[in-house]
Design a protein around this ligand. Structure first.
Ligand SMILES: [Zn+2]
Length: 555
């Protein structure tokens, strides 16, 4: 006896056996049971989601010798002929191969004749959008005045190409792609009936590869059964599909997140040795990253039913959502660029290395305000549990990069030492003025005066300062009085204060120095971003540009 492929052997024979498409079933079943059937249905949807199957059950329901109902007997001659695919009043046409108007005319000429065996003639016209314009016109005439013994089922993968006149005369249904659970659950049932042993993870892989189509899933299942000589294991299915197991995906993700380059390349080597398809491996990575991102960003959603949830949750906790988003983009671009790589393995490795190079830069906790931070993005210190972590954040189009730029040391070290540690020999001069004024405890208003005053001289208990004409209003009596008192306290002697107005603004003020420092550290940050090789890589990879106004020196 010849082997009957699973897709044919297990083709649903009743509406109740159909997987998914409940919205379509409901309309058909209600129509049949209440005898209120539309004469033309349009099913849109991808291949292998059950269009022919529905048409056959529909034809049986209409022509069963027991009467019209949504539950045909399956025993009578009509039912059996439909099931066997040789019922004369079910006319299946592939419009892709019969687009000419003559073909359609020939088909429609016969519409007028009563059915040969049953009550109704059922026309299933697949890929109906492929008909020519004149064919559509011929069809339209029939649809306008359909004989009562005719039902049309049109199927198309591209409903947009159908003329509105046709669309408006059909009851339209979108056949949905089946999800992974719907497919794998169905495979479980079939394998149970076939008495084939299997690993559940293997069926998930098959369901994923089938991409919404039950027919594809069943033919993959056929292959898997013969590949595994009667039983189905995850390893065999991965080998057959060229995919990698969830366990391997998890190992890859762990190595990435733990920044373990050696481990990563070793795994790429193994994947290559196993003859896997790197494009499919990238797909697996994308699916995993998507799951991690949803665990990170929508934690309230019930994820615990998902397979390997705990593993994914662990990964989700080990890195930031931004990093996962970045990895996703890199993987997506890597998949696009894979055909351009010198060979698939090197293309795949570059994707992994690129992700590694974007690992977060971490700043050691001992870098305090006194110490300028690490001078460059590339200078990363990878150590767990550090207090601060900065990520190079990018968006695909316009990356906003928060950059760590070195700030110049705020003071001359020797002077600072003197000011902060020595209480003897207090003096104020042009060299230490900016430091001293910066250290005095001043109220906001007096601070304005101090910060904008330049030092002129200190002689005979008399300190002379200068302030620019435009800022003379800062030198109010009260502010002068407070500054005098604070300087006296600092010097441990009573001093007198004179503030001269200068038409030409002096540059030797704390306010000017700070502005200059700010400008200089901003410039350094901007230069550093422009000269950074990783930023250059981001620009190239994502076709990105730098928005300078978003660059901020940290610290
Ligand atoms: Zn029957």
């Amino acid at each position: 006896m010849s082997y009957l492929v699973l897709a044919r052997k297990w083709r649903p024979k009743t509406f109740s056996e159909v997987v998914g498409q409940q919205h379509v079933l409901k309309a058909l079943i209600n129509g049949l049971d209440q005898d209120r059937l539309h004469h033309a249905f349009l099913f849109s949807g991808t291949r292998g989601v059950g269009k022919t199957t529905l048409a056959r059950i529909f034809a049986k329901s209409l022509n069963c010798e027991q009467g019209v109902s949504s539950k045909p007997c399956g025993e009578c001659q009509s039912c059996q002929e439909v099931d066997a695919g040789r019922f004369v009043d079910l006319i299946e046409v592939d419009a892709a191969s019969r687009t000419k108007v003559d073909d359609t005319r020939e088909l429609l000429d016969n519409v007028q004749y009563a059915p040969s065996r049953g009550r109704y003639k059922v026309y299933l016209i697949d890929e109906v959008h492929m008909l020519s314009t004149s064919s559509f016109n011929a069809l339209l005439k029939t649809l306008e005045e359909p004989p009562s013994h005719v039902k049309f089922l049109f199927a198309t993968t591209d409903p947009q190409k159908l003329p509105v006149t046709i669309l408006s005369r059909c009851l339209q249904f979108n056949l949905r792609r089946l999800d992974i659970t719907q497919i794998s659950d169905h495979l479980v049932k079939i394998l149970g009936k076939e008495s084939v042993e299997f690993e559940h993870a293997a069926l998930i892989e098959i369901a994923r590869a089938a991409d919404g189509s039950m027919r594809d899933a069943l033919s993959l299942l056929d292959q898997a059964i013969s590949f595994g000589a009667g039983s189905i294991t995850n390893e065999q299915v991965n080998q057959m599909l060229g995919t990698i197991s969830q366990q391997q995906v998890h190992l890859l993700m762990s190595a990435l997140i733990n920044n373990d380059g050696q481990n990563l390349l070793q795994q790429a080597q193994e994947i290559s040795a196993q003859g896997r398809d790197f494009k499919l491996v990238l797909n697996e990575l994308l699916a995993s990253l998507q799951r991690i991102a949803s665990i990170q960003l929508v934690p309230d959603l019930e994820h615990t039913d998902e397979k390997n949830f705990e593993q994914f949750q662990q990964l989700a906790q080990q890195c930031s959502p931004e990093l996962i988003q970045l990895f996703y983009q890199i993987t997506l671009h890597g998949k696009r660029d894979l055909p351009y790589a010198s060979d698939p393995q090197s293309g795949f490795e570059m994707v992994l290395l690129r992700m590694l190079s974007f690992q977060p830069m971490k700043i050691d906790s001992d870098m305090t305000d006194d110490t300028p931070p690490a001078p460059s993005v590339t200078n990363k210190t990878i150590s767990p549990n550090v207090s601060q972590t900065h990520y190079a954040k990018t968006k695909p189009i316009e990356p906003v990069i928060h950059h760590v730029a070195e700030s110049p040391p705020p003071v001359n070290d020797a002077t600072t030492e003197k000011v902060t540690t020595s209480n003897d020999d207090k003096d104020i001069n042009s060299a230490n003025w900016l430091n001293i004024i910066g250290q005095l405890k001043l109220t906001a208003f007096t601070r304005q005066l101090g910060d904008n005053s330049a030092f002129i001289k200190f002689e005979n208990n008399q300190i002379t300062l200068a302030i620019a004409d435009g800022l003379a209003h800062l030198a109010s009596d009260k502010a002068q009085e407070r500054l005098t008192s604070e300087l006296s306290r600092y010097l441990a002697q009573d001093i007198k204060l004179t503030i001269q107005q200068e038409s030409q603004a002096s540059t030797a003020t704390l306010a000017n120095e700070r502005a200059e420092q700010k400008r200089s550290s901003q410039q350094q940050a901007v230069d550093s971003i422009h000269n950074d090789p990783i930023v250059a890589a981001i620009k190239q990879t994502f076709d990105a540009r730098i928005i300078e106004s978003t660059i901020k020196p940290l610290n």
